[in-house]
Design a protein around this ligand. Structure first.
Ligand code: 3UK
Length: 522
């Protein structure tokens, strides 16, 4: 076996994946396509009109890797990436990996305070960002107690790449070595860096994309979820790359209009969305017809897809939406509906290659039909949380990953989602900590106390609802709600503001003073 190769034996289910003893994952996702004759095939089409071939991608990845090394970013050091969906995301990410540098794609919807934490926590040596995010990234850099030596815009990277060599030897690594991180939000609002190994993208691409979606060379993927999410990273980058397919990138925000424009213009075959967006797209489809005939499958993840949205979408478009549950720690989907076997309102069955158990407080397996904690294991799960041994020990036990979700397994093998076992919310498929919103509300001088819970909206999708105790109860009213709304929007990521405000006299609490959020949930 040559260095950096991986062999896939598809005669077994799941496929048996064997890694060479020296395995840096970049050559198998990037350079392999040149050997397989895809140099002139287009891998990336951007909604802006730009196209990139597999050949140009391989060359630019080498140039980017050499540029990063030339800047003095060392092997094993972190490169934070606040980058929109564009070709430079691919160059920075894969160039880093091939050079032995650890890329850390970051949620670009976050604010300066969040970025400051990640800069300090990661101890990154480099930070690459798109100019669109300068307003939040630059103040974070200014305030950070520990700063990366190299910070540069994507345009600057492109300029530097022109003079860099297009020849780069992959840095030696092994399949289980640290490769890239993704931050996942915690209950207390401090994100945790989930450290993924070289093998992890191979496992998700093979077990989920190839085997569950049947993704192949002729597919065109379009992910409304951005590349910085584990979900989008697979959908829009690693899956099409692994299978020699192509991807369409939308650099701007995914709205019903922008996503339908992309679908009509670029004719993707597989579309990846989140429930909140499907609901908004359906509202538009009720007024206007769109040509969605290119789609052979739609995928949903991030939060549970209500069965009603599945039915309305199928009625309108003739296409099913395959709901599946994944996580940043698992890297992608591990329980899923598939084209030949779906059950609306459930998360589907276990993806071959993963194991799932529903357990009680004693870690004993629950009976079929009983709810319990979902734990999973598989070849793509994160190795550990950076700098957080307590969270690692709590979440990753004997090779099993605790998802933090409550599930019921039915007698046909379908998994039914029953909610989180912490107070965390998923809003539009993105983590939202009630504590963080409460902390923001309490900063307001007129607020004494606040509690935030999830409440289902008209589409049966969860949004934050605030219960507020004011210093002076006579301030309550619409004007106060507006004032608090503006206050929240001033410092929190855009999706995190409360959609409803209730002014109350006090909050339900335990004897030890802990807010009983469950009593506030309708
Ligand atoms: C929730 C779901 C019900 C669940 C993700 C696909 O969402 C992803 O990763 P995150 O780390 O969040 C993980 C948590 O989100 N969840 C996700 N999907 C579903 N709940 N039904 C679903 N279909 O609480 C889970 O623990 O942001 C999704 C692929 C990769 C991902 N990272």
């Amino acid at each position: 076996m040559r260095d950096h190769t991986v062999s896939i034996d598809k005669s077994t289910t799941p496929a048996t994946i064997t890694y060479a003893p020296t395995f840096n994952v970049a050559p198998s996702f990037i350079d392999r396509h040149l050997e397989q004759g895809r140099a002139d095939k287009i891998i990336i089409r951007s909604a802006t009109g730009e196209t990139v071939t597999y050949g140009a991608l391989a060359e630019n990845v080498n140039r980017a890797g050499n540029t990063l090394l030339g800047l003095g970013i060392g092997k094993g050091e972190r490169l934070l990436m606040m980058v929109k969906d564009c070709p430079e995301f691919f160059y920075g990410f894969w160039g880093a990996i091939k050079a032995g540098i650890v890329p850390v794609p970051i949620n670009t919807l976050l604010r300066a305070k969040d970025y400051q934490f990640m800069i300090e926590d990661s101890g990154c040596a480099g930070l690459l960002y798109s100019p669109e995010f300068a307003g939040e990234v630059e103040p974070a850099l200014e305030n950070a107690s520990r700063k990366p030596e190299q910070t540069f815009l994507t345009d600057t990277l492109s300029q530097m790449m022109v003079n860099a060599s297009d020849d780069l030897e992959a840095a030696p690594a092994s399949a289980d070595d640290d490769c890239f991180w993704l931050y996942s939000s915690g209950t207390t609002g401090t994100p945790k860096g989930a450290v993924h190994a070289h093998r992890d993208m191979v496992e998700t691409s093979e077990h989920y994309a190839a085997n569950m979606l049947g993704l192949g060379e002729d597919d065109v993927c379009f992910s409304a979820a951005k590349l910085f999410f584990a979900y989008g990273l697979g959908n829009g980058m690693t899956f099409p790359l692994w299978l020699g397919a192509s991807t369409v990138l939308l650099p701007g925000p995914p709205t019903p209009d922008s996503t339908f424009d992309v679908i009509e213009k670029f004719k993707p075959t597989v579309y990846f969305g989140v429930p909140t967006l499907y609901a908004a797209q359906l509202r538009l489809l009720e007024k206007e017809d769109k040509d969605l005939s290119s789609l052979r499958a739609c995928v949903s993840a991030g939060e549970a897809l209500p069965a009603d949205i599945f039915r309305r979408w199928q009625e309108k478009t003739g296409t099913v939406i395959l709901d599946g549950i994944g996580s940043t720690e698992a890297l992608h989907i591990f329980i899923s509906n598939i084209l030949g076997d779906f059950n609306p309102g459930t998360s589907g069955r276990v993806v071959p290659g993963y194991a799932a158990r529903i357990i009680d407080e004693n870690r004993d397996e629950c009976a079929v039909g009983d709810s319990g904690r979902l734990i999973i294991r598989g070849g793509s799960t994160a190795k550990y949380y950076w700098n957080n041994p307590d969270k690692t020990a709590e979440t990753m036990v004997d090779g099993w990953l605790d998802t933090g979700d409550t599930y019921i397994l039915d007698e046909d093998g379908y998994f039914h989602y029953c909610g989180r076992n912490d107070d965390m919310l998923k809003v539009g498929g993105i983590w939202c900590s009630p504590f963080e919103i409460e902390a923001k509300l309490i900063e307001h001088p007129k607020v004494l106390e606040a509690a935030v819970v999830g409440r289902a909206d008209a589409d049966n999708l969860i949004k934050p609802e605030a219960f507020v105790v004011l210093n002076d109860a006579t301030d309550a009213g619409e004007a106060m709600s507006d004032e608090l709304l503006a206050h929240c929007k001033g410092g929190l990521a855009k999706y995190k503001y409360p959609r409803w405000f209730n002014f109350v006299e006090d909050l339900p609490k335990t004897a030890t003073g802990k807010i009983q959020r469950f009593k506030l949930r309708g």
